[in-house]
Each structure stands twice: as C-alpha cells, then as structure tokens.
Design a protein. Structure first.
Length: 334
C-alpha cells in the first residue's frame, strides 16, 4: 500500500470510529510545539516573541508523548520554534512513530542535514520543510540569505536516504499567481517532493511585519488565478480538494479549531495554534471548557482574515467524509 493510501485508510477508519462512538469533537492532527526557540527570525512569525525564559524551555519527552496519547490524534505535526533545536526531538519523533502516529517534522532545514542520522525513513515519518517561495522570495521571507539553498540541499539529502519529504509554503501579499505557480512547479516537478502544503499567512498580532498578510478577498483572487486551468490537479498538494476550493472562494466554511489543536510548553492552547486565550491541561479539558461558538469569522475580529489549514482543513475533511462524491474527488485529487 502506498504511504498516502495507508494514511488515508487509517484516517478514514479513525473518522468512522469517532462517528460510531458519536464523539462530537476529536483531533485529526496535533500541532506539537515542544519549544518556541528558533534559529531564524522571520518577519511574519508570531511564535518567537516570548521572553527568554520561555524561549529556553524544552518540553520533556514524556510530557509530549502523554499529551499525544491522551488526545488520541492519529497525526502529529511537530513545529515550534525550530524543533531540531530541541535536544531530544529525535526521541519524541521516533517514539511517536513507534506508536504508529503519522509524524510531520516541520523545520526550516538549517540543521536538517546535520541531524538526518538521528531519524529513520518510515511510512509514519515525513519531513515538512518550510519554503515560502523561490530563492529570492524565500530568503526575504526568512530574513536571511542562503537559507533557500540550504533547504534545497537538505531536501535532496533526505530524498537520497529514502525519507518521505513534504513542504510547507506560506503566502503573503508579496506573492502573485505567478510566484505561487513557480514555487509549486519547482517543488512538484524539479525537487519531486512527496507532497506540498500551502496556506495564506495568519496575521499574528506579534509578527514584526504587519503589512503583508492576505485578506480573504486577496486570498481568493491569488489562489483562483494560480490554480486556473485545472493546474492544481497536477500538483501533489497535501490537502482535501474542498480546502483548496475554500482557498479559491468556491465554498465557504466555519472554522473547526478543535480538529487541529495545538499543544505547547504551556499546555493545550485555546482556541487554536494561532491564537492564545489561555491553556488547558488536557485535550478533553480543552474541548469541554472552550466556548467554540465565540471563534470564527464574524465572531472574533482576530479570525476575520484567517483561512489557515489548522482551522479549515478539519472542516473540509469532515465535509469530505460525509460525501461519496467528495471522497472520490479526494481519492483522485481533483
Ligand atoms: S522558521 Fe518558523 S518558527 Fe522560526 S522564525 Fe521562521 S516562521 Fe518562526
Ligand atoms: S478562524 Fe479558527 S483557526 Fe483561525 S484564528 Fe480563528 S479560531 Fe483560530
């Protein structure tokens, strides 16, 4: 069975189980942030502005594993900060793989080639490399020259060793339909990564650059033009067709923030990966004590321009699972 098929089958089984158990709210994927420190300082980042004593904190392995076990999520995206700065990140990732969680290790790739030996290729493990555009655009986005070349070299080294390699690209107002196509063509056809994730940047209040976050209308225009001519079908995008329709403005959705929750050194972040209105000790406590109706577009102004996958991909996944037509579309990536 191919890796995406194995993963889809597992997620399909997990969704069915939740339906049979009539579980109202459950996680599809946990954004695990075992530290906030990073070796870059990107202009659009809202994660690295904590005081030094917080940036120095490292989540213990047992705490990370216990949180994921308690949540029951089948997928984990290890983010941060820069996860490869955490001295026990390999133990966290490898232990999650042993528990048959599908793990994405998100990295800016600066330390990746040096640390490849600490990990093993597995159907349950994928690198997720941050690449916001072609050389000039990416280096400007991460505010350091040369990072694009480092990331490309790390991707090639990981591929040579048989790792599954995915990418994560965030778009801003600097981008145009052409730059979106250029980077996705490059990742898909030239680097031949396994899958690509895309997202309009979330307007973090703490990010140093507040001038380049996309509004909803701009996001619709950017993606509908970039995807024109059925182009998106030939890209190996790691999203449901319905989430891509949402980016293009063909459908509208409510946010399902409990579907991709965030667990950090502070605990389960309320309500989502992007906003911090307090923390819960367990996933159960998070879902039971958060007033979910307070959040989403039109309810909280911090949500007004959000189209991020952590809020809307779970909505699209649930809509897909309820429709035979959409399930077939998802299987065929149309
Ligand atoms: S690499 Fe990621 S965590 Fe680090 S500064 Fe950039 S956006 Fe923030
Ligand atoms: S719309 Fe949802 S995912 Fe986006 S910021 Fe608001 S609560 Fe978070």
């Amino acid at each position: 069975m191919s890796i995406p098929l194995r993963q889809s089958a597992r997620i399909g089984g997990y969704l069915l189980k939740q339906k049979l158990k009539r579980t109202e709210r459950f996680p599809l994927l946990v954004e695990l942030e075992p530290l906030y420190q990073c070796n870059l300082a990107c202009a659009g980042c809202g994660k690295i502005q904590h005081p030094d004593h917080v940036l120095r904190r490292r989540m213990p392995v047992d705490q990370a594993l216990a949180a994921i076990e308690e949540s029951g999520a089948p997928m984990v995206s290890i983010a941060g900060g820069e996860p490869l700065v955490h001295p026990e990140i390999d133990t966290i990732a490898n232990e999650l793989v042993k528990r048959r969680k599908f793990v994405y290790l998100c990295t800016n790739a600066i330390l990746m080639e040096r640390k490849l030996d600490l990990f093993e290729p597995s159907p349950y493990f994928a690198w997720a490399i941050h690449l916001d555009g072609m050389r000039e655009r990416h280096d400007a986005s991460v505010c350091r020259e040369g990072v694009f070349d480092v990331a490309v070299a790390a991707i090639r080294a990981a591929q040579e060793r048989g790792f599954r390699v995915t990418t994560n690209t965030t778009f801003f107002t600097h981008d145009s339909p052409d730059t979106v196509r250029q980077v996705l063509d490059f990742l898909n056809d030239e680097l031949e990564v396994d899958e690509m994730m895309i997202s309009p940047a979330y307007a973090y209040e703490k990010a140093p650059d507040q001038d380049h976050f996309l509004g909803v209308k701009q996001t619709h225009e950017l993606f509908s033009e970039a995807f024109a001519g059925a182009r998106r079908r030939r890209w190996r995008l790691n999203h449901t067709p319905l989430y891509l329709d949402f980016l293009e403005g063909k459908v509208d959705y409510e946010c399902t923030a409990w579907g991709i929750p965030s667990y950090s050194v502070f605990g389960w972040q309320r309500p989502c990966y992007l906003m911090a209105d307090g923390y819960a000790r367990t996933y159960r406590e998070l879902v039971e004590t958060t007033d979910w109706d307070r959040y989403g577009r039109g309810r909280d102004e911090r949500c007004d321009n959000c189209m991020a996958h952590c809020g809307y991909e779970p909505t699209a996944v649930l809509a897909t699972s309820r429709s035979l037509r959409e399930s077939v579309r998802a299987a065929l990536r149309t």
